[in-house]
Unconditional design. Sequence first.
Length: 330
Amino acid sequence: MIVLGIETTAHTFGASVLRDRDVLSNVWDSYSHPERGMIPAEVAQHHIDVCDVVIKNSLEKAGISAKNIGLVSFSQGPGIGNCLRVGATAARAFALHHKIPIIGVNHCIAHLEIGRLVAPGCIDPVLLYASGANTQVIAYDSGKYRVFGETLDMGVGNFLDQVGRLLGLGFPAGPKIEEYARLGKRYIQLPYVVKGMDTSYGGMYTKIRNMVADGVSEEEKADICYSMQETVFAMLVEVSERALAHVGKKELLLGGGVACNKRLQEMCTIMCKERGAASFALPNQFNVDNAAMIAWLGKVMYESGVRMTIPETAIRPYERTDDVEVVWRS
Ligand code: ATP
Ligand code: FE2
């Protein structure tokens, strides 16, 4: 079966063509801004502007004609309403025009399922899902993906982006923070907040904001990025380890844009090695928001018997990971 996947939960408009288990193309165009984050209407306008070209490029790169697509899959939620609506509309138009089935999928679950596709040996993982808007520790149990821990305030990526804004690093700031962190020499103590398997970043943000209120040198920037990464990632590794121990699983999968960070990957590898577990980091194209994971989850759901009518494809901006019945695994 050949599937077209469409992703639009936030800053990325992505389109991917998948044939059986092969990702033939995974193309995207992301909104970015040199000074500030996302204004929903502006990001949605970006998606409207690029949707045609991105879908066309995806088909071309895959060498597949639109009429050979057998299923359209799109991210139904959670995400920014304005942005989700663009993807849902594009998917509906494509499905109705070509008279093919359509499936809306949960974006967070797609981050986990893509790991089960592309990482050999990753079968029943705990997912450390660290993206802009989301920070969750997720694992499958009794018919659902259960959230064992999550952020109590902002997503870890949004936290990094907000600090990046204070430091003048542009948006998204994660990759720049990683570069600066490599140059850091001095560890600065920052608030470390873990409650059970939940984390919180507000205190750390306030402390850094106060530290840089009167300006900051390049050297200080590097020390802040280094200290922030060490602290935040230690928190994430701690909750991941607690989840692994709690559910008795032996695999940790990293997902979400923050999972591109090499230091986070390294810390997870060390922790897993020490407890006899395996740590899986995916190629970056499958960590960040991408349509390949949407195409793959749509296919898995379709093959397990899930069907949707057009009215059922209404967007679900607030859908939680544990709202979804995981019929394809039970
Ligand atoms: P979701 O809808 O799943 O919450 P998202 O819209 O936040 O996703 P992603 O592409 O998953 O999008 O993640 C983007 C985040 O990842 C941004 O906050 C960005 O700063 C962060 N990020 C990207 N690369 C790195 C990196 N190398 N180190 C740390 N953070 C990174
Ligand atoms: Fe995402």
